[in-house]
Design a protein around this ligand. Structure first.
Ligand code: B12
Length: 252
């Protein structure tokens, strides 16, 4: 049994030390003490970034990444059933997700997919290492309102750009989905280069943005470029306001 008071900071330390049993116990204690499940997930995500840095500097090896991935998966499985969702009907909108070609990271994508499903979205997950053509074929069949592309490695940015281009070229304006991109190495300049509409950095942001898009535009399809730009500006402002309100890292 852990002798520590449950806290998100302590969970982060345990994750970074790769102590899986203690991580499970701490997560259980945090959930029992009423900590917001999305805060737990965000702390995990940030801790895994630290583990990635340790891998880069040679302090951890590939085994460390594998263990970290395993711990993250266990925590996600414990946390997801505790996510409180507003009561709303299914069929909020269709979301197509997948990890781009050459990349097998899937924890963030799975987490985002599970959250969106809980929130009533119809999520179609193409898995990992997905070719641009597969995204395009599925988009033509499924007609998603939103497409979410995951890419955790710098080497995936080419595939990301190719996928966005192909989706834009092969779908007519009225069936064009809003495209999100996400992952560890994704920043605004990558979004610009790829031609995607939004970068999402965590599940809370993903759900928030999907809700806004579905609410504000009915379907989010068939917008003119200027509509898209003004909508993006409004959403960006809303996200900044939401971030300011968030009080990370000091519950428990
Ligand atoms: C765990 C991990 C692994 C695990 C993955 C297990 C799995 N099933 O996914 C394993 C061990 C398999 C792995 C392998 C490799 N990895 Co790795 N890995 C990581 C690590 C530590 C954490 C990633 C993670 O799961 N984070 C937790 C999740 C929850 O966060 P997230 O992915 O950011 O997702 C959140 C948001 O971005 C968003 N989101 C993410 N995806 C999506 C998708 C959609 C649709 C939406 C809406 C939202 C969304 O929501 C999520 C939740 O908030 C990262 C470090 C880091 N900085 O992230 C390195 C990292 C990504 N890996 C890296 C590397 C180099 C590799 C390897 C090449 C190592 C090797 N030598 O073999 C291989 C790559 C294999 C391949 N071809 O893909 C590098 C990439 C560096 C770079 N510049 O490209 C990183 C950044 C580590 C580092 N700092 O060096 N890795």
């Amino acid at each position: 049994m852990s002798t520590y008071k449950p806290s998100l900071e302590r969970l982060s330390e345990l994750i970074i030390q790769l102590k899986d049993g203690a991580c499970r116990r701490m997560t259980k204690q945090l959930l029992n003490s009423g900590t917001d499940p999305t805060l737990i997930m965000e702390v995990c995500q940030r801790s895994l970034i630290d583990i990635g840095r340790k891998y880069e500097t040679g302090e951890y090896f590939i085994a460390g990444l594998i263990m970290a991935g395993d711990i993250m998966k266990q925590i996600i499985d414990m946390v997801l059933p505790h996510v409180n969702t507003p009561i709303q009907p299914s069929g909020r909108g269709r979301v197509l997700i997948g990890t781009v070609a050459g990349d097998i990271h899937d924890l963030g994508k799975n987490m985002a997919g599970a959250m969106l499903t809980t929130y009533g979205y119809e999520v179609h997950d193409l898995g990992v290492d997905v070719r641009p053509e597969s995204f395009m074929e599925e988009a033509k069949r499924f007609f998603p309102h939103i497409v979410g592309l995951s890419s955790l490695m710098t080497s995936g940015h080419v595939a990301l750009t190719q996928t966005v281009r192909l989706l834009r070229q092969s779908l007519t304006a009225d069936k064009r989905p809003v495209i999100f991109i996400s992952g560890a190495m994704i920043i605004e300049s990558v979004r610009k280069r790829s031609g995607a509409d939004f970068v999402v950095n965590n599940v809370a942001e993903t759900v928030f943005l999907c809700e806004k898009i579905m609410m504000e535009t009915q379907t989010g399809l068939g917008q003119s470029a200027s509509d898209q730009i003004s909508r993006k500006k409004a959403l960006d402002e809303a996200l900044v306001a939401k971030k300011k309100k968030n009080n990370y890292g000091n519950s428990g």
